[in-house]
Design a binder for this molecule. Structure first.
Ligand SMILES: [Zn+2]
Length: 380
């Protein structure tokens, strides 16, 4: 018997925490399951007289599953790789864009969301929605977030369903083809010569936020957001400096926070982690705005801090800039970013008013004072 330990890579990077199946010849039959580790490494027993294995690598990791949206019913993606020997490093041979999306989505989770409750609790961690006892059971039965690419729906841009019927009422992310949205991989498109790769950091922020809300809230938002998409076809990007309605503003800012924190950690303070990077983030966003110089796409300053005084650029619960600044910067500087985001995820809120009510009802006097001051400053 020969033990085969080998690595899978996508675009030269380890394919981390992805499901791999040990198959019979030509992908027929199932001989075992593994999950790649942080190095993209897996191990199978090749069996008596054999020293190589055939494997099926699923476009599905501990964070989400990618579907090929180019069919009437979006279909799971996988690749069969034959003749893998001990010590081999195998690059995903085809459908590589799907696996790049998979790997980046996991990076967004690890870089931004995993440090906040409930994701940082026992039973989550690697798996934002939890896992089952075995790899196979987790693959088949655990709750998960899904992503469909390329999205062929009438929506002009990427969008996220909070409660997708065919995903057990959990989120489904819809991503347009890379040629029509250069934000996917950080490249040019028909509109702009070059972009930051901001699309997945933004849209996955929505997915992780929705994923911890109640089913009732997700279904309610599903109805509202479907309406929003259809009624804003000519102005689909609901930008941070434009007025909208309070529910859209509150939901949108989870995407803005996710995108900004991701790039702050990657480009501004890559050596920091934990409490240090969380504190550096809101301080920089209010005082220095380093991202303005680090990003290719336009950056909007939502407020500035001089001494202890914060001055908003825009105000009101219908302004994405104001709601973002109020919660993820100003409330965060008062109670800590970990607490601020944890309270957003706990709150099941859909507007700033509901969030404020949740915080005030928690019986913590300093939080109540903080959210009151923030609401006054930002005109909520
Ligand atoms: Zn968004």
């Amino acid at each position: 018997m020969a033990i085969v330990t080998a690595n899978v890579r996508i675009a030269g990077r380890p394919l981390r925490r992805a499901f791999v199946e040990h198959t019979g010849p030509a992908g027929v039959g199932s001989l075992g399951w593994d999950l790649t580790d942080e190095n993209g490494s897996f191990t199978f027993d090749a069996g008596f007289l054999a020293d190589k294995v055939d494997i099926r690598v699923y476009c599905h990791n501990s964070v989400l599953r990618v579907l090929d949206g180019g069919f009437p019913i979006p279909t799971p993606v996988h690749q069969v790789i034959g003749g893998v020997a001990n010590g081999d490093t195998k690059e995903i041979p085809q459908q590589r864009d799907f696996y790049r999306i998979l790997a980046t989505s996991l990076d967004v989770y690890d870089t931004v969301w995993r440090q906040f409750r409930p994701f940082n609790r026992d039973g989550r961690g690697d798996f934002p929605l939890g896992r089952k006892d075995t790899v196979l059971e987790t693959f088949e039965k655990a709750r998960r977030i899904e992503l469909s690419y390329p999205d062929l729906s009438p929506a002009p841009r990427a969008w996220v369903e909070p409660a997708a019927l065919n995903n057990g009422n959990f989120p489904l992310v819809h991503i347009k083809h890379r040629d029509s949205d250069g934000r996917l991989f950080g490249e040019g498109d028909s509109e702009v010569a070059d972009h930051d790769p901001s699309l997945l950091p933004h849209e996955l922020g929505h997915a992780f936020h929705f994923a911890v809300q109640t089913t009732t809230t997700r279904q309610s938002l599903e109805a509202q957001f479907a309406g929003f998409i259809l009624t804003h076809l000519s102005d689909p990007t609901h930008q941070i400096d434009k007025k909208t309605v309070p529910a859209v503003a509150f939901i949108e800012v989870a995407g803005h926070f996710s995108e900004r924190f991701f790039f702050f950690r990657k480009r501004v303070e890559p050596q920091l982690s934990g409490e240090d990077v969380r504190r550096a983030f809101f301080r920089d966003e209010l005082r220095t705005q380093s991202l303005r110089n680090e990003l290719i796409d336009p950056y909007f300053t939502v407020g500035t801090q001089t001494g202890t005084v914060v001055t908003p650029v825009l105000t009101g619960p219908d302004s994405e800039a104001a709601v973002y600044g109020a919660i993820y910067l100003d409330f965060a500087r008062r109670v800590g970013l970990r607490e601020a985001v944890g309270l957003v995820l706990d709150s099941n809120a859909s507007t700033f008013a509901e969030f404020k009510q949740h915080v005030a009802g928690r019986g913590n006097e300093s939080w109540r004072t903080a959210i009151g001051a923030v609401a006054t400053t930002w005109g909520m």
